[in-house]
Design a protein around this ligand. Structure first.
Ligand SMILES: Cc1ncc(COP(=O)(O)O)c(C=O)c1O
Length: 400
C-alpha cells in the first residue's frame, strides 16, 4: 500500500483530502513523494511563517533537543529555554500584556482564556461574533460562529451569544450584566478574511473597559507579523488593550505551540491551580518559538509583509477586473489574502486547478479562497503564484 492508501485505511479522516503525499519542503516550496513540486500559498494554514524547514528552526530544534526536551515535573520546574522565550515575547507583546502561559494548540489557548474569564468574573456569558472560528474543543466550539462544525454538537455551552462581526451596536446590545467576556479575531480568518472597519476594535475595547467586561482577542491566525504588524491589534495604534490575547500558528513556525498573554488586572485575579498542562512551556517548543520570534523581529518581517500585502492586494484587484464573472471581492491585510468566488463548487474547482498547476491554496468558508504564503516569500515567488492562479482561473472561464 502507498502512503495515501495507508492513511485512508488506518487513519481517521474528518475532511476531504487532497490526493498528494508531501514528503519534504524548503522555503515556499514542497515536494510530494513522486517528486512533483508545489508552491505553498497555505503555509500549513498560516503556520509556517518562515517557510518550510528554515535553518533557524531546524537548528533551534537540534540544539535544544541535545540539551533537554521535556522538563522533569514539566511546569513545576523552571526552564532557561522558557525564560528566553518569555524575554523575547516581552519585547513584542502589546505593553498592556505582562504575563504569558503556553499551550499546545490555538484551541487550547482559547479554551483556557474562556475558562479563566468565567472563573475570575464569576459570570458565564461569552459574546462572540458570527462566522468566527476559535477552535474545536467544546469551549471554543461554543464561541465559534460557523454552523457547519458546531451544530452537530448541540447543545453547546449555554448563555453564549453571537453578533455580526463589525457591528458595534449589536455587540453593545448583547453585552449585559451576565457577560464575562467578549471574544473576537481582529480579522476573521476562517470566516473568509473579513477585515472590519478601522474603528471597530477600538470601539469594542472601549466598550468592554467601560462595562468591566473582559476582552479576549484571538490573534492565533493574525499574529506574528501575518497582517503587516507583529499583532493585528497594532493597526489600531495602541488603543486596543485586551485583557487576554491568544496566539498560535506562526508562533513557532510549524512546531505545534500556542500561548495566551494576560494583563496585570487578570493576573491579579488568578490563583495557583487555575490552569495547567503536561507540555505547558515545553523547552523544545520554547526554543523553536524564541528562534522564530527573534527572526521575525530582527529581519523586520512585519514591514516586509505589509509591503508584500499591498502588492498582493493590487494584483488581486487586477485579477478581479480580468475575471469579473468569477471573482467577487478581494481582500488582503499583509499576507492574509483572499478572494471570493460565486459558489463553494467553484472554490473546489479553482483549488483543484491550482493544485494541477503546482500551487497550493486554502479553500475557506463563505465561498472564499485564502492565499497565505510564508512571510519569507520573495517577489518572484509571489508573482509565480499569481501567474498560476491567473492561468487556473482562465481555464475555468469557458465552463463557467
Ligand atoms: C482565529 C483562530 N483561532 C483558533 C484557531 C484554532 O487553532 P488550532 O487549530 O491550533 O487549535 C484557529 C485555527 O484555524 C484560528 O484561525
Amino acid at each position: 500500500m502507498n502512503t495515501i492508501e495507508i492513511e485512508d485505511r488506518l487513519g481517521i479522516t474528518f475532511c476531504n483530502r487532497q490526493p498528494i503525499a508531501i514528503e519534504r519542503g524548503e522555503g515556499c516550496f514542497v515536494w510530494d513523494e513522486k517528486g512533483n513540486k508545489y508552491l505553498d500559498f497555505t503555509s500549513g494554514w498560516g503556520v509556517t511563517c518562515l517557510g518550510h524547514s528554515h535553518p533557524v528552526i531546524t537548528n533551534a530544534i537540534f540544539q535544544q533537543a541535545q540539551k533537554i526536551i521535556q522538563n522533569p515535573n514539566s511546569g513545576f520546574t523552571y526552564s532557561p529555554s522558557r525564560a528566553k522565550l518569555l524575554t523575547s515575547l516581552s519585547t513584542v507583546l502589546p505593553a498592556s500584556l505582562s504575563k504569558v502561559y503556553f499551550s499546545n494548540s490555538g484551541a487550547e489557548a482559547n479554551d483556557a482564556a474562556i475558562k479563566l474569564a468565567r472563573k475570575i468574573t464569576a459570570k458565564t456569558k461569552i459574546v462572540s461574533t458570527l462566522a468566527s472560528f476559535h477552535g474545536r474543543t467544546f469551549n471554543t466550539l461554543s464561541v465559534s460562529g460557523g454552523k457547519d462544525n458546531t451544530e452537530q454538537y448541540l447543545p453547546l455551552l449555554k448563555d453564549n451569544c453571537f453578533v455580526p462581526f463589525g457591528d458595534m451596536d449589536a455587540l453593545a446590545a448583547a453585552v449585559d450584566s451576565d457577560t464575562a467576556a467578549v471574544i473576537l479575531e481582529p480579522i476573521q480568518g476562517e470566516g473568509g478574511v473579513r477585515i472590519p472597519r478601522q474603528d471597530y476594535l477600538v470601539s469594542v475595547a472601549r466598550y468592554c473597559q467601560e462595562r468591566g467586561v473582559l476582552l479576549i482577542v484571538d490573534e492565533i491566525q493574525t499574529g506574528f507579523c501575518r497582517t503587516g504588524k507583529f499583532f493585528a491589534i497594532e493597526h489600531s495604534n495602541q488603543e486596543v488593550k485586551p485583557d487576554i490575547m491568544t496566539m498560535g500558528k506562526g508562533i513557532a513556525g510549524g512546531f505545534p505551540f500556542a500561548a495566551f498573554a494576560i494583563s496585570e488586572g487578570v493576573d491579579s485575579r488568578l490563583k495557583k491551580g487555575d490552569h495547567g498542562g503536561t507540555y505547558c512551556g515545553n523547552p523544545l517548543a520554547c526554543a523553536v518559538a524564541t528562534a522564530v520570534v527573534n527572526f521575525l523581529q530582527t529581519q523586520d518581517i512585519a514591514e516586509k509583509t505589509r509591503v508584500s500585502g499591498d502588492w498582493m492586494l493590487h494584483k488581486l484587484e487586477s485579477l478581479q477586473r480580468k475575471y469579473p464573472q468569477l471573482i467577487g471581492s478581494v481582500r488582503a491585510k499583509g499576507l492574509l489574502c483572499a478572494f471570493e468566488l460565486g459558489s463553494d463548487d467553484l472554490v473546489a474547482v479553482v483549488t483543484q486547478k491550482c493544485l494541477d498547476n503546482g500551487l497550493l491554496v486554502t479553500p475557506t468558508r463563505n465561498r472564499v479562497i485564502r492565499l497565505i504564503p510564508p512571510l519569507t516569500v520573495d517577489s518572484t515567488e509571489l508573482q509565480q503564484g499569481l501567474d498560476i492562479l491567473d492561468s487556473s482561473l482562465a481555464s475555468v472561464v469557458p465552463s463557467h
